[in-house]
Design a protein. Sequence first.
Length: 213
Amino acid sequence: MPYLTLKTRVEHETEARRSRFVCAMAPVATVEEAAAFIAERRALHASATHNCTAYAVGGAQKGDDDGEPGGTAGTPMVQALTGRGFDHVVAVVTRYFGGILLGAGGLVRAYGSAVTETLDHAEAEHAVARMVPARLMSVSVAHDQAGRVENDLRASRHPVRDVSYGSRVEFAVAVGEDEVAGFTDWVATLTAGRARVTPGTAIHVPDRTGQTG
């Protein structure tokens, strides 16, 4: 399934009844990267009242209330991310208490809004990318064809992710799922049928036809 993600880190501050909510978000490839970003933000804002967190990384989703009443921070943050179709993203909302209690409903709104407003800010700054399903294709050719094939591959719309040299030259190429058949036919024509093209790992790549931001 396609999803949205961030191209870079973003930060945006909101306020609710004198409490400051500083939301920082980043693109992440793994849960470990999300944990590292969370640790970094908590160290940066160690004096804050709360550093609440949320991430969505593939099938893994997690929110942490960091001392706020249960379900009033982490959960609405996760819902704000996934409800907008974002994945491979981590968010940390740092709260500096302003002296006025918000109540459970106020906290849910404040933490959820901190994330959604930061996503709005990211879209306005062209920092959002739409990712679409793709396949990492292996293209194997003889050495006498490698130079021309590499030039043609790099001139195409399909990113070359890796090149390895052995008894044959192997190119790893990211190809949109809906373009796999056409790509295979194109390589066959390009190499007069001498290339071996093998579908590999399922991945996601930026949508080049209609990117968000």
